[in-house]
Ligand binder design. Structure first.
Ligand code: HEC
Ligand code: HEC
Length: 508
């Protein structure tokens, strides 16, 4: 009986799944960029951009085991590691080109933790950035630009190229290679800038549009974020970064595999990290040190002074999707070296860096002591800020008439982890129907009722819940406050990538 009803629902979902919310329409250029982003263009042939920037976690590192430990990802040659944690490739296209702001006396913009993808080459930092990983020997490790183009030309999606770029994908002459390799970067940046990646579909975004409401705790967290906790000073809405650079006094991540890269070699015999365990991440200062003296003197600056002032500073990352993960137990890593593996620990650090027991800063120079370190947040206030950060995850489904069940399910695929009980048949004079949720683990839970055509009738719950039993009641009304017509409905419950469905027979 139950198997049967689940089977029916499977059919129902199939029937309504023709236009899921996640299938944003991409332009041909965005689609080409997407194919390249997910293609395994590497040597050996298994690594794509998405291996280090997975959609399920907001285009950051998608491997919880790596996140929990070193936080730095290995490249296509598995024993080779880079030095930093993958930041979000979503919202990266919103960064202005790297530049000096003479009024403030600070550097702004660019991509990478140290800003070295400036945008000067292709007009957008993310497009410049996309040219790097394919050839980086500790990332995708392709031997040449030509080799990258050859792989795209022999792919199944190669036919997308000519309509997008107006000429075939050629790589005979060096000029062709240079031009078409740049187009790879521009295609990827188009995808990264698309409504699929820069989705703006968080609860916060719907709240801005008046289509979702924040809970009291989330609103309190937002007020703290802008006020007492001072987060908005560097992470202002709506992109939650001002693209500037700072040294927070971030400690080293002792598990960073880069520290043992003095024992791993590149094909040309050079050692990856000659400094081994004594390496210190110079951040922005390290990048500035590579620029010619004239870059600084042209702006009336002295290179040595500017390099010293920016030693150990890292780019303020966006906080969009910072808590996006498949389940509440899934580990993500934070800050440039992934030294903290929970958002709570990040906020605790901001809150008590200068009064609690914390490891020393990786770079003692230039630590910001004005805006963080002793915020005086109570435990409840820290939790409220956390709740607010939870509203910044893309993929939220707002309350709207005619949401489909398929839309609501999103990418939830993992079957029953949660149990949902309701009395059948349900009648209004019994005070509606009762849903009992038994949660195996804590997480954000969504429960809504759909009619037989898969349209949302009423949202029943949307909140963070602890493990254990929770009870909700449906009084038989739709979200417009009318009594729902008699018939068969489906209660759909979703938490992270877990889902459950129950049939409700409603007799009014
Ligand atoms: C082996 C893992 C790995 C692979 C593969 C990889 N990345 Fe990254 N990505 C990183 C790391 C680590 C950083 C930060 C490096 C730094 O700041 O020095 C980064 C930074 C970025 C950024 C900068 C974001 C910002 O706001 O500054 C973007 C965008 C990005 N990657 C996109 C891509 C694209 C596109 C590809 C494929 C062509 C790709 N990545 C392949 C690990 C990877
Ligand atoms: C003075 C500027 C500044 C302030 C104030 C600030 N941040 Fe940050 N934030 C940064 C910088 C810079 C980084 C990256 C530092 C690093 O990696 O070492 C960062 C990183 C983060 C990260 C890690 C994101 C990731 O992708 O790894 C989180 C989370 C975060 N901040 C949250 C907050 C919260 C919450 C507050 C308020 C309590 C706050 N920040 C206040 C500048 C700031």
């Amino acid at each position: 009986m139950r198997v049967l009803s689940l089977l029916c629902l499977g059919l129902l979902l199939l029937a309504v799944s023709s236009a899921p919310a996640s299938a944003a329409t991409l332009t041909p250029k965005e689609q080409l960029g997407k194919e390249i982003f997910f293609d395994k263009i590497s040597s050996p042939d298994w690594m794509s951009c998405a291996k280090c920037h997975g959609p399920s976690v907001g285009f950051t590192g998608p491997n919880p085991a790596i996140n929990a430990h070193g936080a730095v990802y290995n490249g296509a040659v598995p024993q080779r590691f880079g030095n930093r944690k993958p930041p979000s490739a979503a919202y990266a296209t919103t960064a202005p080109n790297f530049h000096y702001d003479p009024t403030e006396g600070i550097f702004v913009g660019g991509n990478f933790w140290d800003g070295r993808a400036t945008g000067d080459h292709l007009g957008n930092p993310a497009a410049d950035q996309a040219l790097g990983p394919f050839l980086n020997p500790v990332e995708q490790n392709n031997p040449s630009k030509r080799a990258v183009l050859e792989q795209i030309a022999s792919s199944q999606y190669a036919g997308l190229w000519e309509p997008v770029w107006g000429s075939p994908l050629t790589y005979e002459t060096d000029a062709d290679v240079a031009m078409n390799y740049d187009r790879v970067g521009l295609s990827i940046a188009a995808y990264e800038g698309s409504s699929e990646v820069n989705a703006f579909t968080s609860k916060y975004d719907y709240w801005l549009k008046g289509e979702a409401s924040l809970t009291d705790k989330e609103q309190w967290g937002m007020a703290l974020f802008e006020g007492k906790a001072n987060c908005a000073a560097c992470h202002p809405a709506p992109l939650f970064t001002d693209y500037t650079y700072d040294n927070l006094g971030t400690p080293i991540n002792p598990f960073n595999p880069w520290y043992s890269m003095n024992e791993v070699y590149l094909d040309d015999g050079s050692v990856i990290n000659p400094e081994g365990g004594s390496w210190i991440d110079p951040g922005l200062g390290g990048y500035l040190a590579t620029l010619p003296e004239s870059y600084f003197s042209d702006m009336g600056l002295v290179k040595a002074v500017v390099v010293a002032e920016n030693w150990g500073k890292h780019k303020v990352p966006t906080l969009r999707n910072v808590d996006k993960r498949p389940s509440s137990e899934y580990t993500k890593a934070y800050l440039h070296n992934g030294t903290f593996t929970s958002l709570k620990r990040v906020i605790d650090f901001y809150n008590t860096r200068d009064i609690g027991k914390w490891p020393p800063p990786e770079v003692p120079q230039n630590v910001n002591t004005d805006e963080l370190g002793n915020l005086g947040l109570t435990r409840a206030e820290v939790n409220a800020v956390l709740a607010f950060l939870g509203t910044l995850s893309d993929g939220y489904i707002p309350d709207r008439p005619f949401n489909t069940a398929a839309e609501f399910m999103g990418d939830a695929t993992r079957p029953v982890q949660l149990s949902l009980r309701s009395g059948n048949p349900a009648r209004a004079h019994d005070a509606g129907t009762r849903f009992e949720l038994a949660l195996a683990r804590a997480g954000h839970v969504e429960l809504a009722l759909f009619d037989a055509r898969g349209r949302m009738v009423r949202r029943i719950c949307s909140e963070a819940l602890g493990p254990g039993r929770h009870e909700y009641r449906w009084d038989g009304t739709t979200s417009r406050g009318e009594l729902a017509p008699r018939g068969v409905y489906f209660a759909v419950l979703r938490s992270g990538d877990a889902k459950d469905v129950r049939r409700v027979i409603w007799l009014r």
